[in-house]
Design a protein around this ligand. Structure first.
Ligand code: ZN
Length: 136
């Protein structure tokens, strides 16, 4: 696998409104998109700094992945996303190394990206997302 860059850093927050206000007023970044990803049970807000995005994640359901994460670990860094070309093949390649996958085939994520997650048990505790822009 040859990731091209860090696509984004995902951060779990309890309140998107409060977190957006911090990122805008204190850090001086601009939220350029808010999007609900229904099958992930989250609302997301995006910021860009250089080539890297920050994705804030607020749960819309306590039983969803972000709801459970916050209950167990509290707010904080949730995942790291690498941009790759050829996501489907990359997931197979990674699996061949014996890495446990959460998604063995790509699915739709926020911002129209195709995404796939690797299991944190196989990635030294960091939930790792691979993503591909289908329009590139
Ligand atoms: Zn993400």
């Amino acid at each position: 696998m040859k990731p091209t860059h860090i696509e984004h850093i995902g951060i779990a927050v309890k309140s998107l409104d409060e977190a957006i206000s911090f990122y805008e007023k204190v850090l001086g970044l601009t939220c350029y998109a808010v999007e609900e990803v229904k099958d992930q049970k989250v609302k997301t807000a995006f910021f860009k700094i250089g080539d890297v995005k920050i994705e804030l994640l607020e749960s819309t359901d306590p039983e969803g992945p972000i709801g459970k994460f916050i209950e167990k670990k509290g707010e904080g860094i949730h995942h790291l996303a690498f941009a790759v070309n050829g996501l489907s093949d990359t997931l197979k390649e990674v699996e061949a190394f014996g890495v446990k996958l959460i998604d063995s085939t790509p699915r739709k994520g926020a911002e129209g990206l195709n995404i796939g997650f690797l299991h944190p048990k196989s990635t030294f505790g960091v939930l790792t997302e691979l993503c591909e822009d289908p329009n590139k």
